[in-house]
Every structure is written in C-alpha cells, then in structure tokens.
Write a protein that binds this ligand. Structure first.
Ligand SMILES: [Fe+2]
Ligand SMILES: [Fe+2]
Length: 183
C-alpha cells in the first residue's frame, strides 16, 4: 500500500516539478525579453520589471534544486519554452511597456490559477507529507499574484489591442502548461 501510494506521489511530484520548472524558466525568459526591448527607452519601467525578474530567478533556482532532489525529469521541450517565452517577452514589448505589462498580467493570471490547482491537489493528497512543496508553491503563488497586480497598476489595460493580446497570451500559456506537465 505504502509502495503504491509512494509511487503515485512520486509521479505527482515528477509532473509538478517538470511543469513548474518549465514555467519558471519561461518566466525568466519573458522578463529577459522585456528588458532587452525596454531597458534603454523606459528605464523606470525596466526597474519595475527587474524586480519581478529577480523573483523569477529565485523561483527557477528553487525548481532546479527540487528537480535534482526528487530526480524529476525536466521537460524535453525546454529549448522551445526558452525560445517561445523569449519571443513572448520581447516581441509585444516592442510595442511599448503597456503591451509588456499586458503580457505579464495574462501570464501571471494563468500561473496563479495553475499554482492554486496544484495546492488543492497537494492538500487533498496529504497536507503533512507535502508540507514543504505546499509552502514553496504558496509563496511563489503570492509572488505571481503580486506580479499580476503590479502589471495592472502599470497600465496593462492601456496596451494596444489589449483584449486580443491578453486572450492570446492566456491561451498560449494554458496550452504550454498542459504540454509541459506531460513531456
Ligand atoms: Fe515565478
Ligand atoms: Fe511571475
């Protein structure tokens, strides 16, 4: 029984770590792309983005560490997540900081929902056994919520083509999450 439960739980950790590692790697590349596009022309917005970026780097480091600790298999699509996320950061940011903030708002909205659903799953499995992972994910969830709110405060909604941009980004992120959980 314990063997079976242990196996099911280790599959859950494998999936959770793989998708979160891919997601945090993507977040790191998004902010890198935004900085590249905005740093020179918009130093004040770049300072705001830099703060969020620094937190993403810490998130990524943690999931790098957890992938080693739990021997989780990383996504085979890591190069695609890196390249795609860079484009998602860089290209809309060429339209200006509001478009960059609209991307951030949409991405973080999906990630907060994603982390919330993992937290529900971990609680339902065993809050005590999963305590460390729950702590990590809830802290990151709060950071992502803060990034989301920060993007709204920095005029995400004033981006050109806001509705189209934000629903496109949301859909891309939802598909990426589904894929990165599996492969
Ligand atoms: Fe993050
Ligand atoms: Fe974030």
């Amino acid at each position: 029984m314990a063997g079976y439960l242990g196996r099911v739980r280790s599959q859950m950790y494998d999936r959770i770590i793989r998708v979160n590692h891919a997601g945090e790697l993507g977040a790191d590349r998004i902010y890198f792309g935004q900085m590249l596009a905005l740093r020179r022309k918009y130093p004040e917005k770049a300072a705001v983005i830099q703060k969020m970026w620094d937190q993403e780097k810490a998130h990524l480091d943690k999931f790098e560490y957890l992938a080693g600790k739990h021997r989780a298999r990383k996504s085979v699509l890591v190069p695609i997540w890196q390249f795609g996320a860079f484009g998602l950061g860089f290209i809309p940011a060429l339209l200006g900081p509001n478009a960059a903030m609209a991307v951030t708002e949409a991405v973080e909205k999906v990630i907060v929902e994603h982390y919330d659903s993992q937290l529900r799953e971990l609680m339902a499995d065993d809050p005590k056994v999963n305590e460390d992972m729950i702590k990590t994910i809830s802290q990151f969830r709060d950071d992502e919520q803060h990034h989301h709110d920060c993007a709204l405060e920095h005029d995400a909604k004033l981006a050109p083509g806001y509705q189209l941009l934000s629903s496109a980004v949301e859909n891309i992120c939802k598909v990426a999450v589904k894929v990165a959980e599996k492969i």
